[in-house]
Structures are given as structure tokens and as C-alpha cells.
Design a protein around this ligand. Structure first.
Ligand SMILES: Cc1ncc(COP(=O)(O)O)c(C=O)c1O
Length: 410
């Protein structure tokens, strides 16, 4: 599936550039772990960076109004989401903002809800601040992961007042539905639970090209529309110091493959909370956004739509390929096709059971025999055993090679 304007079919050679995904591995091992893409960014981003480099001073730089404008227009175009200018705070990445928000919305010893299997640094962000993780594991029903709303209510009843929502959910690839978010918002309202919504994977919709209409069984873009959680839990009064609040963390980094740029947005409608959040950022030394991050983010948001659509088509094609590769693979992996973005949650339970392998032994064999680095399921917490997460934002040729190598274990 070659895009005419952009080459999103080729994995750019990244070895030797300090790429964490590639350069942390010994020679010969192929990476499908760290969640960035092997594709070149939109040329509009490169041009904007070149233009800025022409000016030879790179001092402390304020987020320009044009950045907020590009961000808000993108949100309106892509998610029909109207964000007030004053609600936006530019932050140096989702995780620094999430950690600051955890500090702000809880005290040491408090319980913070996470829904494993989930992005592993969520656990650290809670524990590092001496808070306690309260797990509400996702439930797997009819081949689909759901939130356990009954379990969640019990945790809220037991006193938890802060929740980390991963929306869409990494690693299981769910785009939470309106029904799920409505029910969640209702619980949060009833128990006055604050929510930090990590929406970093929200923009990467799969696009089904017309010529693939016959294989529409995966990733139907129409049924997987991302819905921002704050639309479900909107406070009437932006000045009220009480009531359930949402801090949404929105980022261009996955969207435009610029995670090294370290820029994201916190969207905080509540005025007192926003003021405290800004103070928290300053206290943690996180109040100077990266100059080149801001340039690349603005360029992506302003001019990256065509690239993003081409990416969505390529990811759809890669997912179709992944489905085929899993179906043909002797290890009998069970693929949970993501509804958005570029990470796939794959179960190897049958293979582990038939060879009597533990997760750790399997990981070792993946590394040493198959020479592959996948993301180890158990690292995502409860529910991760027997799984590996595969990043499929790479060339079809490398994906093919990944599965060729998996056969070495059969
Ligand atoms: C759910 C989720 N949140 C946050 C991050 C990291 O965000 P940042 O690099 O902006 O801190 C990732 C990266 O993989 C992620 O998957």
C-alpha cells in the first residue's frame, strides 16, 4: 500500500541515530517494542524546523499563540472537539504532566486507580509519589476487553478518588465507546473521582482505502471514533473547587512520530486546578517547553493532515498483513487487533502451554533465538501474562521478517 506523496512503506535506517528503539539492542536483534514509528515525519515538519534554524538564537521560548491555534483547530477538525484557549497548558510530554497531576490530585498513601494491562509507567508514576496503585483489571469478554465498572465502583466505594484513564487503551488497543465513557463519568460524578485521561494514541485512526473494501473485517474506522472523556464529565462551573475534574493529556508525539520533541498539552477546564497545575509544573522545573518540539508540533497540527491520512492507510494495510501473519504462524498467536494506533496485543498462550515455557523463558528465546525485541506482556501488569505487544508501525518487509524469525521457535 504505497502512498503517492509520502513514503510510509519504508523503514528509515535509524541505527546510529541514538534511536532508543534500535540502538539499545545488540546488533542483529530487530525491534518491535518502543512505541515510535520507523517512518519519516511529514515533510511539512522538516521544512518548519529548517525555517526556524535559519534564525540563529534558540533561547527560552514561549509557546506561540499560533501553536495553541493549530492545536485547537486540529482537535476541532479531527475530533469535533472545541477546546477553549485558556484551558490549554503546554507541557514537556504526557508522562511529566501525568506525574505532576498525580501529585496535585492525591496525597501520599492515597489509592490511585489503574486498569491493567496498561502502559507500564502508569504504575511507576503512582508508586514514585508514594501513592498506592488500586488495580481494576480490564475484563476480556467475547474477545474484547472492557472496563470492569462493577469493580471500579467497589474501588471508589473503598475510597479511591483519582483514576488514570488510558484512552485509547495501550496495550489492548480499545477505543472506549460512548456507553462505557458515559457509565464511567456517572461513577466519577457520584463518587467525586478525578480523572487524568491519557489520550496520546487518540489521533491515529486507521483508514481503509477504497481498494481494501473487500477486507473490511479489521479496524473499521467508522465504528472506532475516539471520544474525549472530558465531554462526558464536563463541570458546570469552571471556578468550583469541588466536584469531579478531568485533566486531559493530549499529544502530537505519536500522531506525527515526534516523541523526541517532548511537547504535549494538558487540557484543564477547572480554573483553580489549572492554576495549581501550572504551579506544580514550575515547581518540578517543567515549565519551559522545547523550542523545536513546539515548532514540529505546530507544523504537524497545521499541515500534517494528509500525511496522517496516508499513515492511517498504511497502518490499516499493516494490520491486515499482521492478521495474515498471525493466522499463518506456527506459534498460533492470538491477535487482538487494535481499533486505533500502531500497537498490537498478541497472546502466545497456546505456544507457551504446549512447550511448557514461562513468560521469562519465552522472552529469552525471543531475544536469543528469534533475535526479536517485543514488549513483554507481564510488564503491563495484571492480565499481561502470555502476551507480547508488537509495534507494527514499520515496513511490511520488517513485519514479514519478524514472523519469519518467530518460526525459529516452532
Ligand atoms: C499511553 C501512553 N502514555 C504516555 C506515553 C509517553 O508519553 P510522553 O513521551 O509524552 O511522556 C506513551 C508512550 O508510549 C504511551 O503509550
Amino acid at each position: 500500500m504505497k502512498s503517492t506523496k509520502y513514503d510510509l512503506h519504508t523503514a528509515v535506517e535509524r541505527r546510529g541515530t541514538g534511536a532508543a528503539k534500535w540502538d539499545l539492542l545488540p546488533e542483529g536483534r530487530l525491534p518491535f517494542w518502543v512505541a515510535d514509528m520507523d517512518f519519516a515525519v511529514a515533510p511539512e515538519i522538516t521544512s518548519a524546523l529548517h525555517a526556524r534554524v535559519e534564525h540563529p538564537v534558540f533561547g527560552y521560548t514561549l509557546p506561540p499563540e499560533s501553536l495553541y491555534e493549530a492545536f485547537r483547530e486540529f482537535q476541532l477538525r479531527h475530533h469535533d472537539r472545541s477546546i477553549a484557549r485558556e484551558h490549554c497548558v503546554v507541557v514537556p510530554g504526557v508522562m511529566p504532566a501525568l506525574r505532576t497531576a498525580v501529585e496535585l490530585l492525591s496525597k501520599p498513601g492515597d489509592k490511585v486507580v489503574v486498569q491493567p494491562p496498561v502502559y507500564a509507567p502508569f504504575f511507576d508514576s503512582v508508586k514514585a509519589k508514594d501513592r498506592e496503585v488500586a488495580e481494576n483489571p480490564l475484563v476480556l469478554e467475547n474477545d474484547t476487553y472492557h472496563m470492569d465498572l462493577v469493580g471500579l465502583e467497589a474501588i471508589f466505594q473503598a475510597g479511591a478518588r483519582l483514576m488514570l484513564l488510558c484512552s485509547p487503551h495501550n496495550p489492548v488497543g480499545r477505543v472506549w465507546s460512548a456507553a462505557e465513557l458515559t457509565a464511567l463519568a456517572e461513577l466519577c460524578r457520584r463518587y467525586e473521582v478525578n480523572v487524568i485521561a491519557d489520550e496520546i494514541h487518540a489521533d491515529i485512526a486507521h483508514v481503509e482505502p477504497a481498494e481494501h473494501a473487500d477486507i473490511a473485517h479489521v479496524a473499521d474506522p467508522k465504528t472506532h471514533t475516539f471520544l474525549p472523556f472530558d465531554a462526558f464529565l464536563r463541570a458546570e462551573d469552571e471556578d468550583s473547587p469541588t466536584g469531579a475534574q478531568v485533566i486531559s493529556l493530549v499529544s502530537p508525539s505519536k500522531t506525527f512520530n515526534i516523541p523526541g520533541a517532548s511537547v504535549a498539552f494538558a487540557v484543564i477546564p477547572n480554573r483553580p486546578l489549572r492554576r495549581r497545575f501550572r504551579a506544580g509544573l514550575k515547581a518540578n522545573g517543567l515549565d519551559h517547553p522545547h523550542i523545536f518540539g513546539m515548532i514540529s508540533s505546530e507544523a504537524g497540527y497545521r499541515s500534517g493532515d494528509t500525511w496522517l491520512k496516508a499513515l492511517g492507510k498504511q497502518l490499516h494495510a499493516n494490520l491486515v498483513q499482521l492478521e495474515r501473519l498471525c493466522a499463518e504462524c506456527s506459534l498460533k498467536p492470538r491477535l487482538f487487533a487494535p481499533e486505533i494506533s500502531f500497537i498490537a496485543w498478541v497472546g502466545f498462550h497456546d505456544f507457551l502451554a504446549s512447550y511448557g515455557l514461562s513468560d521469562e523463558e519465552f522472552q529469552e528465546k525471543l531475544r536469543t533465538v528469534a533475535e526479536l525485541e517485543l514488549s513483554h506482556g507481564p510488564d503491563f501488569g495484571t492480565g499481561g501474562k502470555g502476551f507480547q505487544r508488537i509495534n507494527f508501525a514499520t515496513s511490511p518487509a520488517l513485519l514479514e521478517e519478524c514472523f519469519r524469525r518467530l518460526e525459529r521457535l516452532a
